[in-house]
Design a binder for this molecule. Sequence first.
Ligand SMILES: CC(C)(COP(=O)(O)OP(=O)(O)OC[C@H]1O[C@@H](n2cnc3c(N)ncnc32)[C@H](O)[C@@H]1OP(=O)(O)O)[C@@H](O)C(=O)NCCC(=O)NCCS
Length: 163
Amino acid sequence: MEIREAREEDAAAIVALIDQVALQDETLGLDRYPGGATQLRQQIAETPPEASAFLVAADEGAVIGYAFVGRYVTPSLSHVGVLSIVVDPGHRRTGTGRRLMQRGEAWARAAGVRKLTLSVLATNRAGRALFSACGFEDEAVRKGQLRVGSAFLDEVLMVRWLT
Ligand SMILES: CC(C)(COP(=O)(O)OP(=O)(O)OC[C@H]1O[C@@H](n2cnc3c(N)ncnc32)[C@H](O)[C@@H]1OP(=O)(O)O)[C@@H](O)C(=O)NCCC(=O)NCCS
């Protein structure tokens, strides 16, 4: 398995992965990836590398994980980065999420991010466990922030200060 930057031609596989996870385990608080593959392909092609990183975990050519990390452009927020990660259900607990996190964090450091943030559903035990294991701490809880089916679920904002 390798972690590498996403290419335009990975867009459909990334969206399929996210849509599968969104449907299957309600961890993302999404029904499907907004914008679809065409928009993601365009973002991968056109986003300057200093603004964000689109990373994939690839196993024998197949996309088994994805991470996005970006930073705000507004000067007063430019020390803040945002990260998200998803791993194919058939490839979990083998260190893929942690490796995506490490690459995302390396990008963030190089980009000058000081405060790396993410959000996770309070009910998402695997996500919270991964992020805690990677040094993130709970920063705030937004009550009832995400509607999943008929439930209003809490969103936990997590942070890791990069020194
Ligand atoms: C959260 C997620 C990315 C973890 O990916 P993963 O590849 O399985 O994670 P790793 O194998 O790298 O796990 C690293 C560590 O995280 C923790 N962890 C990960 N999954 C866990 C789980 N289900 N239960 C408990 N701890 C877990 C453990 O400490 C683990 O280390 P260990 O295996 O040595 O015990 C994956 O479960 C996923 O894609 N979930 C759906 C999407 C999501 O929730 N994304 C996060 C919100 S942005």
